[in-house]
Design a protein around this ligand. Structure first.
Ligand code: F0G
Length: 464
């Protein structure tokens, strides 16, 4: 008999989590103004808010922390990280930052000005925020297949070359400081970009003289999908695939809190010395001196080790198979989910789940609140709240997809937890016809409102 699949690690340290009653959760979520970001972590049983910074570090990472060099300038930890980035990814120049959005802030300060356009596959919200904050425009060039959760396409993160060329043709080169390829594409469902697409995008960008930056938070998961789904890559190691991917990039911003399995950290990787020098100035004023930029020596050491572990096939297989385990359970229960499954999360199609809720009442948020009330599971809305208002018209932007993201922290929960999550969602699904009211906004911030938005249940006029 063939042996079943199991994790490529064993557990050395545990952290207790606590169940609660439905009454407790109803009171807590009301007090949190129906915003799951306002809950205390001890009010949550299984926390799927994000896979960012929530993973479990390995014994090797913890021991690397003990060897951290906290020198202000020229620390050995900086050189450990510099070597890891050079060896695993291939960039000669790098700047440490405290997390991914800080890398965006520093790099975009050097590159983006008012009136610019930045095409890419659905930009992550902080990325878009940093572009719009500079009065520039992010243009989504993702393939149309990405926006239909029922279409089975192996690389839904791909960029549509026609859409991209249209941006290149209708804007002067000076107005396009870069093109951003997000690997994997978080906002469209943790979907990968194929090597073929990366190559074609690179060729087109070079034809028009445009710089390519990879938003790299989940670059290793992208490489796993290339290995397992794209012809010609089955026999290549993850590290070989990663190296090849980055031969098509001029630079990268990185949130190390995902695929590098640390709790905090980020960096910028670059090929161009001039741009590195320009960005260094911003790094110094926003983050810290260029050899630590917002990170302690011990954190840089753990990150160097994490980059190595995060690009090993056995680890990635364990991770991605756990996400797929949850996805398959949900499918068995008939719950509508984005397919194929994303790398870091399962995305529940809230429009198909809750057809009774109008889009003006925040469909995916309504589902997120219901799941929390059901079992203390905290997911996150990837829908209208996240999409924010149009910066010019101030109207709500209604995205094509209303998703509830169940992000799976790395090396943190077991498949028993996945069973609890799937069963809880099934229970909500079974009573979906009883869920008729969504939410309306009481208060919101002008930018990135989803973090702090305050909501109240929508009250409908009684039908005659
Ligand atoms: N780019 C992508 C693709 C991301 O997913 C994130 C963060 C960032 C950039 C910003 O990095 O958080 O380190 O500042 N995504 C998290 C998430 C927050 O939950 O998906 P950061």
């Amino acid at each position: 008999m063939e042996l079943p699949f199991s994790e490529s690690y064993k557990i050395k340290m545990v952290e207790p989590i606590r169940k609660s009653s439905r009454e407790e959760r109803e009171a807590w979520i009301k007090e949190a103004k129906y915003n799951l970001f306002n809950l205390r972590s001890d009010q949550v049983f299984i926390d799927l808010l994000t896979d960012s910074g929530t993973g479990a570090m390995s014994d090797r990472q913890w021991s690397a922390m003990m060897l951290g060099d906290e020198s202000y300038a020229g620390a050995s930890s900086y050189y450990n990280l510099k070597n890891a980035i050079k060896n695993i990814i291939g960039f000669d120049y790098f700047l440490p930052t405290h997390q991914g959005r800080a890398a965006e802030n520093v790099l975009f300060s050097a590159l983006v000005k008012e009136g610019d356009v930045v095409p890419g596959n659905t930009h992550f919200d902080t990325t878009k925020g940093h572009i719009e904050f500079r009065k520039a425009t992010a243009i989504d060039c993702t393939i149309d297949e990405a926006f239909d959760t029922t279409i089975d396409h192996p690389f839904k993160g791909n960029i549509d070359l026609n859409k991209l060329e249209h941006v290149f043709q209708t804007n002067p080169k000076e107005k396009i400081p870069m093109l951003i390829v997000t690997v994997t594409c978080n906002s469209s469902g943790g979907q990968p970009v194929s090597m073929q697409n990366i190559k074609e995008v690179h060729a087109l960008a070079k034809q028009y003289g445009i710089r390519i930056i990879f938003d790299s938070a989940r670059f290793a998961e992208n490489a796993y999908f290339i290995k397992t789904r794209e012809e010609g890559y089955a026999d290549k190691s993850i590290k070989e695939i990663v190296k090849e991917m980055y031969t098509y990039a001029d630079g990268m911003t990185m949130s190390s809190k995902k695929d590098a399995i640390v709790n905090m950290g980020g960096f910028i990787g670059l090929r161009e010395e001039d741009l590195f020098k320009k960005a260094s100035q911003f790094n110094i004023i926003y983050e810290g001196f260029v050899t630590y930029g917002g990170m302690s020596g011990r954190d840089m050491n753990a990150l160097a080790q994490g980059l190595d572990e995060g690009t090993e096939f056995d680890y990635l297989e364990t991770r991605i198979k756990q996400v797929a385990y949850l996805g398959n359970k949900l499918k068995e229960f008939g719950v509508p989910v984005q397919e194929p499954f994303g790398g870091h999360a399962i995305f529940v199609d809230a429009k198909r789940f809750l057809p009774n809720i109008p889009k003006e009442e925040y469909i995916a948020q309504t589902l997120a609140v219901e799941l929390y009330k059901e079992a203390g599971i905290r997911g996150v809305e990837i829908g209208t709240l996240l999409a924010d208002r149009d910066p010019v018209t101030r109207e709500n932007r209604y995205p094509n997809l209303e998703l509830l993201r169940l992000a799976i922290p790395r090396r943190t929960y077991t498949n028993n937890h996945m069973d609890v999550i799937a069963t809880a969602l099934k229970n909500v699904y079974d009573r979906r016809d009883e869920i008729k009211n969504g939410y309306t906004i009481l208060d919101e911030a002008p930018l990135m409102r989803h973090f702090t938005v305050e909501l109240t249940p929508a009250v409908k006029e009684m039908a005659e």
